[in-house]
Ligand binder design. Structure first.
Ligand code: HEC
Length: 111
């Protein structure tokens, strides 16, 4: 029994290990790198968050962004972008953004 458990644990570790490597490779090829965050922002989020169109919180309105980050928390904000809101299209017009990209974009807008 314990031998099977050990084997199972090892297999799981192996699976998790290769899964992580896969995620890493995918992230490196398809998602924006840190340097591209400004470009990604310009190409997607800026359409609304630059001008405050449709009542979107403006980039640089740190007080409002900090309040939102504190109230809802970063994971909830990332989910809002991914699933969309009343006025914001799901994904925020970024087709290949990862959770990490969204986190960086939100961070970028909050400054
Ligand atoms: C078509 C306009 C539009 C685009 C494009 C857009 N947003 Fe938004 N966003 C909004 C509006 C409007 C709101 C305010 C909530 C609402 O009424 O939908 C909002 C709210 C948010 C919020 C707050 C969510 C919450 O839970 O309160 C975050 C975070 C956010 N946007 C991030 C982004 C990011 C990151 C991008 C780019 C990848 C983006 N948005 C692109 C319009 C947009």
């Amino acid at each position: 029994m314990s031998a099977i458990t050990t084997l199972f644990t090892k297999t799981c570790r192996l699976l998790i290990g290769s899964g992580a490597a896969l995620v890493l490779t995918t992230a490196m090829t398809t998602s924006a790198s840190a340097a591209d965050i400004a470009t990604t922002y310009d190409n997607s989020c800026a359409a609304c968050h630059d001008s405050g169109a449709l009542n979107a919180i403006k980039k640089g309105d740190s007080a409002k962004w900090q309040q939102l980050i504190q109230q809802k928390g970063m994971p909830a904000l990332i989910n809002s972008v991914k699933s969309g809101m009343t006025q914001m299209p799901a994904g925020g017009l970024c087709d290949n953004c990862s959770n990490d990209d969204y986190r960086k974009l939100i961070d970028y807008m909050s400054k």
